[in-house]
Ligand binder design. Structure first.
Ligand SMILES: [Zn+2]
Length: 167
C-alpha cells in the first residue's frame, strides 16, 4: 500500500483492529519514508468485485462457475463434492491474495489449472483441453504450452536419458 503523501511503497503497521463484527480490519500505518500516518481497511466479503471477461465485459464473481468447471474436470475421479468445495476455496484464497477488485477470467482459469496440476493429472488435462480453445489469450497459451511440454518430455523420455539441461 503506497503512502498517500509521498508514494513510498512501504509502511509500518502501528495499530490493527477489527470493525464491522470482524469483517473489516482497520490498520493504522506509518510511512517508512516520510513518517506520516494513514489508515487502510481490509475486507473479505466483497471478493472479488468483478470478473473481466475475454470480450472486456465485467460480471460479478460467482463461485458456482469455478465449481462447475471443477466438477466437470473431476467427473468419475475419486474426489468428493466436499473436496471440490475445498479446492474452490483454495483457488479463491489464491485469487484473493492478489488483492484486486477486478480479476480477468483468464487469471481465474490459470489459477484453476495450476491447482489441478498439483492435484490430479486427468482433471488437469480435461480442464486444459477446454481452455485450449481460447486462442486469443496468448499469455494463457504460452503457459499452457510450457506445462504440456514439461509433461510430454517427462513421459516420452526414457529414464536413463533424463539428463540435466542446465536450466
Ligand atoms: Zn510517505
Amino acid at each position: 500500500m503506497k503512502c498517500p503523501f509521498c508514494g513510498y511503497p512501504e509502511s509500518k503497521v502501528i495499530d490493527s483492529r477489527s470493525a464491522d463484527g470482524g469483517q473489516v480490519i482497520r490498520r493504522r500505518r506509518a510511512c517508512k519514508e516520510c513518517g506520516k500516518r494513514f489508515t487502510t481497511f481490509e475486507r473479505f466479503e466483497q471478493f472479488p468485485v468483478a470478473v473481466i471477461k475475454r470480450n472486456g465485459d465485467k460480471e460479478p464473481y460467482r463461485r458456482e462457475k469455478i465449481l462447475i468447471g471443477l466438477r466437470k474436470a473431476f467427473e468419475k475421479r475419486p474426489v468428493t463434492s466436499q473436496q471440490i468445495e475445498e479446492i474452490a476455496s483454495e483457488i479463491e484464497a489464491e485469487l484473493r491474495g492478489e488483492g484486486k477488485s477486478e480479476i480477468p477470467s483468464s487469471t481465474i482459469g490459470m489459477t484453476v489449472l495450476r491447482k489441478l496440476k498439483e492435484l490430479d493429472e486427468v482433471a488437469y488435462l480435461r480442464f486444459a483441453s477446454v481452455y485450449k480453445e481460447f486462442k486469443d489469450i496468448s499469455e494463457f497459451q504460452n503457459e499452457l504450452g510450457q506445462l504440456l511440454e514439461k509433461k510430454d518430455s517427462k513421459e516420452s523420455k526414457p529414464a536413463h536419458a533424463d539428463t540435466e539441461r542446465g536450466e
